[in-house]
Design a protein around this ligand. Structure first.
Ligand code: NAD
Ligand code: 13P
Length: 416
């Protein structure tokens, strides 16, 4: 009734942080949003980790196993995935996926990319037909025939328009309200504009709009949406760049809203592979020059990938000027989990999967699976040699190449 309701699908390290950001804003703008924010939690039973300092250690919750949702709602803290951060009380942790999304007009998808396809199948039929989404997932949806952004694949599965959020955003730093920037990309079809051009001198009702035309809509970033969209009710505040800014921007979290959904999504996905390579060379103690070389080569391959496979859509400036591009590459190659785990795997001479299990307490790397997926896609097109860093990182993960060989593998001789 005249306000947007927001659900976060996911509650890991970043999912919980974004829920905090959004809940702070919905509380400050009760004219635009229902203050209560639903956060879907993949339920598990845990005891409160020692590390968590916010709760009362003498409480009945301290020794026995409890459901994670019970603990989050009682302590207003995600004791497993974001310990020691006080969450706003207007976040409700909900273990039922269907119940948490059922009457929300804005869905924020924020969980490891490995799980999203299956979850979309479970959400089908429970999502409002006029809901809209933003994907905070860093990854791409790949089959050997095709590559899709998660904004596209989620949108197609649920029949809604979905944009993207990505940036230099180590979750723990954002949760501690240390300054950072992010990029939100959103470019819905014209039917979402509240001022459609009247064809016959009058504004058409939503029910009179020709929805079949919308299915062929190309947004300004060139992505072809195959989604048959339902218009949002006119009493809802229009979901445009300004509203998204209000939803995500905080004094410590500066938002720049753009239309290049493909560039923002690819920046977030591909930098995870580059961060692994940066971690590998750091593990050999090769120093900052080596890391800078990896980042430079990585940024060029990211841009080339975008231009090659999302030809008309990706803007070079997204990689070079946005938080979702070069800034995320820098932060991820400095202290991201992919970087840190790759470094440890070289130092300890064990697989990165073993490091992930022993060091991340249930959090998940995105770079390892993305490296496999992107390599499979490139190989199917015979393009793997044109992306030597992305390809070599995959080969190192597979044990087919050595980190020590990276300089030769990525060398591009001068052409005189
Ligand atoms: P995380 O690494 O903390 O992942 C763990 C999450 O996965 C938990 O919520 C867990 O409950 C859930 N999970 C485990 N098994 C599951 C299953 N079978 N089905 C569904 N969920 C299951 O997650 P995150 O850090 O919040 O990452 C989410 C996305 O955000 C990723 O794409 C990541 O690249 C991106 N991201 C992360 C950060 C960060 O600093 N953590 C920053 C920016 C973007
Ligand atoms: P990791 O998943 O490697 O921790 O990267 C976090 C991130 O995306 C920072 O922007």
């Amino acid at each position: 009734e005249g306000k947007h309701k927001v659900t976060i699908v996911g509650s890991g390290n970043w999912g919980t942080t974004i829920a905090k950001v959004i809940a702070e804003n919905t509380k400050e703008h009760p004219d635009l949003f229902e203050p209560d924010v639903q956060m879907w939690v993949y339920e598990e039973e845990i005891t409160i980790p020692e590390a968590s300092k916010l709760h009362d250690s003498s409480s009945e919750y301290s020794t026995e196993k409890h459901k994670l949702t019970t603990l989050i709602n009682y302590f207003h803290e995600n004791v497993k995935y974001l310990p020691n951060i006080a969450l706003p009380h207007n976040i409700t942790a909900n273990p039922s996926l269907q119940d948490s999304v059922k009457d929300s007009t804005i869905l924020i998808f924020n969980l490891p990319h490995q799980f999203i396809d299956k979850l979309c199948d479970q959400m089908k039929g429970f999502v409002l037909p006029y809901a809209r989404g933003v994907s905070c997932i860093k990854g791409v949806s790949v089959s050997s025939e095709d590559i899709k952004l998660f904004s596209e694949s989620i949108g197609e599965k649920l029949g809604i328009y979905v944009g993207a959020l990505s940036g230099a955003n180590i979750a723990n730093e954002v949760a501690l309200e240390k300054f950072s920037e992010t990029t939100v990309a959103y470019d819905p079809p014209p039917m979402d504009s509240r001022n459609p051009t009247p064809k016959e001198g009058r504004t058409p009702q939503a029910s009179q709009l020709d929805l079949t035309k919308i299915t062929e809509h190309k947004d300004s970033s060139g992505l072809k949406s195959k989604v048959r969209l339902t218009p949002q009710p006119s009493e809802l505040p229009p979901l445009d760049h300004q509203l998204l800014h209000i939803l995500f921007h905080r004094p410590y979290f500066h938002v720049h809203v753009v239309s290049d959904v493909a560039g923002v999504s690819l920046g977030g996905a591909l930098k995870n592979i580059v961060a692994l390579a940066a971690g590998f060379v750091a593990g050999l103690e090769w120093g900052d020059n080596a890391k800078a070389a990896i980042m430079r080569i990585g940024l060029l391959e990211m841009r080339k990938f975008g231009k090659m496979f999302f030809e008309n859509s990706v803007r070079t400036a997204t990689f070079t000027e946005e938080s979702a591009g070069v800034a995320d590459l820098i932060t991820s190659c400095s202290s991201g989990r992919n970087y840190r785990c790759a470094k440890m795997s070289v130092e300890r001479k064990i697989s990165i999967g073993e490091v992930e299990k022993s060091e991340l307490n249930g959090q998940m790397l995105q770079g390892t699976s993305t490296a496999h997926e992107v390599y499979g896609f490139l190989k199917a097109r015979g393009k793997e040699d044109e992306f030597p860093l992305l390809t070599s990182t995959y080969r190192i993960l597979q044990g087919e190449a050595k980190v020590e060989d990276l300089p030769n593998l990525v060398a591009k001789p001068n052409e005189f």
